[in-house]
Write a new protein. Sequence first.
Length: 142
Amino acid sequence: MSLLDEGESMLVENIFSENDIYVALSRTRYLIKDLPFSDSDKQAIFVTIMELTRNILIHAGSKGVFTCDIVDNGVRITVRDFGSGIRDLDEILNGSYKSKTGLGLGLAGSKRLMDEFKIKTSSKGTEIVAFKRIKPRRMRSF
């Protein structure tokens, strides 16, 4: 049995525990395995998934949903949680926020790793959409 049905281009995973994060990573790895991402772009995608989904566990009471889908020119990651929103969002994204529980680089780092990164947050939860574009491969000159 495969992780995805033949031709499937989207996956959804509820995030309630650390194990759910590993399932989301494994399923994403399978989903994008045949796409022409560079190794460094794949790593950027996986790091972003880890950072964003761990935020669900740490900051949103372990209640969230991860979605990954293939679009024409890349992969879109969407993470939704049902927490109380993100305070100090501007400071977090510009790197001036000092976290009491971690390095405080998760959202800002994820934003730098991805080609597009949007956040909507309110007292009812947060939605983050990140996009990584497939880049044309360059020929190496020797």
